[in-house]
Design a protein around this ligand. Structure first.
Ligand code: NMX
Ligand code: MLT
Length: 432
């Protein structure tokens, strides 16, 4: 059975569960909302539903019930490689089933057919000021392709909510297959003297991305690892939530993903991986190029906090332990680049930052998140233009959010529209 046939079975089987919950148990409370939550970014409010991934504060992320080590070991891999096919991971996230090698390869072939990017996208990118942020270019390229949307066409010509997910899936797969081509094009155009590299039809998504970036093995495995690790973090994070919100209006996947990418571009969200490198380079500059010691880092961390800024790469809205995505990338570094100077600096920050954040007493989670470690690996393989890092995060994040909006349509989730209240109403409830 093809991925889409498996998905059809899964979605149809799941619909009755959703329907029963809404029609028979719709009044059951899942939680309550406090004033602090209403003002404080809805932290901890349980009002989103997804089965694609779940984030436990202590354990970290599970994709379709599996931990990161389980995903990395159980999914099929290209011959001689350490990390799974991104295409097989897409199959897994969409269906919840581990694909066989043949099923993963079927998606590899399907994505190849979907990967050509319309020429007008390159023309648009080339017409933009070269110093536009790469996230602006990335988001613009995605929304520019909206005219290709099969969902939008279906909506206007023959809309039927029962089959709407199929068109959402088509758009989702079309977009994901093109994103590595667009990301690599932006990189080569903007930072490598405008020297785009053509894709290789014999390679999988990770291998092809490394080739189009112009970086040798093991960067293909780095790409697979990176895209999988950044794919999903349940539904409440800003990029996933934005994508879901926009798609809930029956906007298509092009509009929705472009919006989600814009959310990812905030420094408190995905842009933090760029900020980590910016912060470290700033420390180097202030020390005249000397590698900072733990004492130097302690001083700079306090200076950062005392100037009212956050320590990028540390803290989390949900997690209360070291992010397993940080740990997974750290393990990669320990194996492949233990002597890298930047890795040593990042490790030293890990040794001092949690105590400093605890002493400062504000952050609820003093531990590192995914962004604290990801830049080191990219830097090591030659991507020193750190404002590009969030684009890489965006390619990965697309896997999760596009899966989520496919299921949103499959299960007929409603347009999102929470209720707002006024400050006076809160004061009245609080009795002030
Ligand atoms: N450095 C300094 N202060 C911090 C940090 C940090 N790393 N993390 C949290 N705080 C502060 C936070 O700014 C807030 O201060 P105030 O009361 O003055 O507004 C206070 O601690 C309480 O915040 P929390 O409840 O612990 O965190 P919240 O859920 O509001 O925010 C983050 C979560 C991730 C936005 C926050 O920890 C942060 O700004 N971290 C640094 C940026 C970062 O690494 N973002 C990437 C997150 C992962 N991603 O890829 O998206
Ligand atoms: C993410 O991957 O989206 C970040 O860790 C932020 C979050 O989960 O809130």
């Amino acid at each position: 059975m093809s991925l889409k046939d498996v998905l059809r079975e899964k979605i149809e089987a799941h619909r009755s569960r959703t329907k029963t919950l809404v029609t028979k148990h719709g009044d059951v409370k899942v939680g309550e909302v406090t004033i602090a939550q209403a003002i404080g970014g809805a932290r901890g409010v349980r009002c989103l539903v997804t089965d694609v991934s779940y984030l436990d504060p202590e354990e970290g992320i599970r994709f379709r019930g599996k931990t990161i080590p389980e995903v990395m070991s159980e999914l099929p891999k290209p011959k001689g490689k350490d990390y799974p096919y991104v295409e097989g991971f897409w199959y897994f996230l969409q269906t919840g089933e581990i694909p066989t090698q043949a099923q993963a390869l079927e998606v590899v072939e399907d994505f190849k057919a979907r990967s050509p990017v319309p020429q007008y996208v390159f023309d648009i990118l080339r017409a933009m000021p070269r110093d536009s942020h790469p996230m602006v270019m990335f988001s613009a390229a995605i929304v520019a392709m909206q005219r290709e949307s099969k969902f939008a066409k279906f909506y206007h010509e023959a809309y039927d909510r029962r089959t709407a997910w199929e068109y959402m899936y088509e758009d989702a797969a079309d977009i994901l297959a093109k994103l590595p081509v667009i990301a690599a094009y932006i990189y080569r155009m903007k930072y490598q003297g405008d020297t785009p590299i053509a894709s290789d039809p014999d390679l999988d998504l990770g291998g092809n991305f490394a080739r189009m970036m112009g970086i040798d093995s093991p960067y293909d495995d780095v790409a697979r690892m990176y895209f999988i690790l950044h794919s999903d973090h349940e539904s409440g994070n800003a990029s996933a939530h934005t994508t879901h919100l926009v798609a809930s209006t029956l906007s298509d996947a092009y509009y929705a993903l472009s919006a989600g990418i814009n959310a990812l571009a905030g420094p408190l969200h995905g842009l933090a991986n760029e900020e980590v490198l910016r912060w470290i380079q700033d420390v180097y500059d202030k020390l005249g190029g000397k590698i900072p010691t733990k004492e130097d880092l302690t001083k700079f961390l306090w200076d950062t906090l005392n100037s009212g800024k956050v320590i990028p790469g540390y803290g989390h809205a949900v997690l209360r332990k070291t992010d397993p995505r940080y740990t997974s990338q750290r393990e990669y570094c320990l194996k492949h680049l233990p002597d890298d100077d930047l890795f040593k600096v990042v490790s030293s920050i890990y040794e001092v930052a949690p105590d400093i954040l605890r002493e400062q007493g504000k952050a609820k989670n003093p531990w590192p998140n995914v962004d604290a470690q990801s830049g080191v690996i990219q830097w090591h393989y030659g991507i020193k233009e750190y404002d590009f890092y969030t684009v890489l995060f965006g390619v990965g994040r697309a896997i999760g959010v596009l899966t989520n909006i496919t299921w949103d349509r499959g299960l007929g989730y409603a347009i999102e529209r929470p209720k707002s209240v006024t400050t006076a109403m809160l004061e009245e409830v609080a009795g002030v």
